[in-house]
Ligand binder design. Structure first.
Ligand SMILES: C=C(O[C@H]1C=CC=C(C(=O)O)[C@@H]1O)C(=O)O
Ligand SMILES: [Mg+2]
Length: 462
């Protein structure tokens, strides 16, 4: 079934004030798998693809190519810039009559005040795209939107060329199906700045004891080298097979693939309702059910972890207080168990005030004290001062929004940046007055594990 929409947007004020034309066609298909579609897009769109799947596994998104990109490097304006450009682009577009709306997918870096550098030099502080070919799999049905955004008239020839390309990609994805891949071969693994990291934990706990902040999240990285260039579809397939309980994401940017499997929702908005999650406080999984339950019980009663958690609950609750007419927060945390780790978890939900948008919520919530600290401003200063690396998109918001304003953002933790034959993995932890360097170090090892496994590496204790 095909639904077409060709439209002209006179409201879009580009720098040269010209009119923008918009062509959208939605094709509904019975069966199409996400990663084979991602793979089939390699030939034409390598470096311009994305992949997303929500935790519940009932919403999957793949984008191939950029019909339109929105980037921003303005420190204090990046959320409003993205929001305004997206709204302007869609003004006058009758998307409500489409089977599937156009979707904007992308990410924000953790801290725009930290100059983008090192392995992150290709990334803007907000990187968003409307895909040329956008696959949505929702409730077992697949929809492929093809988008053209152009300042010139869109010709029939241009449209038929793109639709032929779409049909070829779908065909390839269907006939090839899901591939099985051998894991990448790791040649070398290093822990950059390990000593600096351990020292920073003592410095930060001292500063906290001295009353300079309540909580500060400090992170570090792990660097891998492979014997050859690693295929992005390979690592996404490993993550897909190995991390079914998490949000899964991958965003290509030229020769970079930022990817991960995060348990943590920053915010989702659906029909005026907002959902967030407080996830902070961690313990490993036990090898037996008994040991696992005992570790879980220990976590639920551990003062240091409960403190780490409470700062997050307080801050997210106050954001909902500001933006919602009503909201609910359970009184005490529950356990969230994923493959390698268990966390303290408190879900928060509420009804958004009229006019409040998902990107306003993202701006308000990011960074929660699960990734930044408390109080926020002081914690961010201390991260800039003590953390011996640049986080890039790690711990930043990643996700999507549609034309009506629904959308979802995860916190991009349990993540890594793949660059051809190299990868950087990132993990951190919440430092409070009682934190100890060695046990925080070990907590980061547990948090590295999912991405390390997907990339074919392992730690000494496995
Ligand atoms: C900063 C990370 O985790 C955060 C989320 C959950 C639990 C955390 C903790 O217990 O320290 C961290 O706040 C990370 O995975 O890199
Ligand atoms: Mg912790």
């Amino acid at each position: 079934m095909n639904h077409k929409l060709s439209t002209t947007n006179d409201d879009l004020k580009n720098t040269d004030q010209s009119t923008v034309r918009f062509y959208i066609e939605t094709l509904e298909i019975d069966r199409l798998s996400a990663l084979p579609f991602f793979e089939a897009g390699e030939k034409s769109f390598e470096g311009m693809r994305y992949f997303w799947q929500n935790r519940e596994k009932n919403f999957t998104l793949v984008g191939l190519g950029n019909a339109y990109t929105i980037e921003s490097n303005e420190e204090n304006q990046r959320y409003t810039n993205v929001e305004n450009q997206w709204k302007q682009l869609l003004q006058g577009v009758d998307y409500e009559n489409l089977l599937q709306q156009p979707i904007l997918f992308g990410s924000f870096t953790f801290d725009p005040k930290k100059g983008v550098s090192d392995e992150w030099s290709n990334f803007s502080h907000a990187n968003f795209a409307l895909a040329t070919h956008q696959l949505v799999i929702r409730n077992e049905k697949a929809y492929v939107n093809t988008h053209i955004v152009s300042k010139q008239n869109i010709s029939e020839e241009q449209i038929s060329k793109l639709l032929a390309e779409r049909d070829e990609i779908i065909h390839q994805a269907q006939v090839k199906g899901s591939k099985t891949y051998a894991k990448p071969v790791v040649n070398k693994m290093t822990e950059p700045f390990k000593e600096e990291y351990l020292k920073s934990i003592s410095n930060v706990t001292d500063a906290i004891k001295d009353g300079q902040a309540d909580k500060v999240v400090i992170a570090r990285s792990l660097a891998l080298r492979f014997d050859e260039k690693v295929d992005p579809t390979n690592v996404l397939t490993q993550v897909y097979n190995e991390q079914p309980e998490s949000y899964l994401f991958g965003q290509e940017n030229g020769e970079n693939l930022f990817f991960g499997a995060s348990p943590e929702r920053l915010v989702s908005v659906k029909d005026g309702q907002a959902y967030s999650s407080c996830i902070a406080g961690s313990i490993k999984r036990g090898a037996t059910k008994e040991h696992d339950n005992a570790l879980g019980a220990e976590l639920l009663n551990d003062a240091k972890n409960l403190q780490e958690h409470q700062y997050v609950v307080d801050m997210i609750t106050s954001s909902f207080e500001d933006t919602c007419s009503s909201y609910t927060v359970p009184e005490s945390p529950q356990l969230l168990k994923i493959r390698d780790i268990q966390h303290l978890y408190t879900p928060v939900e509420g009804y958004l005030n009229d006019g409040a948008t998902i990107l306003q919520m993202v701006e308000k919530l990011h960074p929660t004290p699960a990734l930044g600290g408390a109080p926020r401003g002081k914690a961010m200063e201390m991260i800039r001062q003590y953390e011996p690396m640049n986080r890039g998109i790690y711990a930043g918001p990643i996700g999507w929004l549609n034309a009506e304003g629904d959308g979802e953002f995860a916190v991009a933790i349990r993540s890594a940046l793949l660059q051809k034959d190299q990868a950087y993995l990132y993990a951190g932890g919440g430092i409070v007055a009682d934190s100890e360097p060695q046990s925080e170090y070990e907590e980061t090892l547990v948090k590295f594990r999912p991405m390390l496994r997907a990339l074919g590496g392992k730690l000494n204790d496995e």
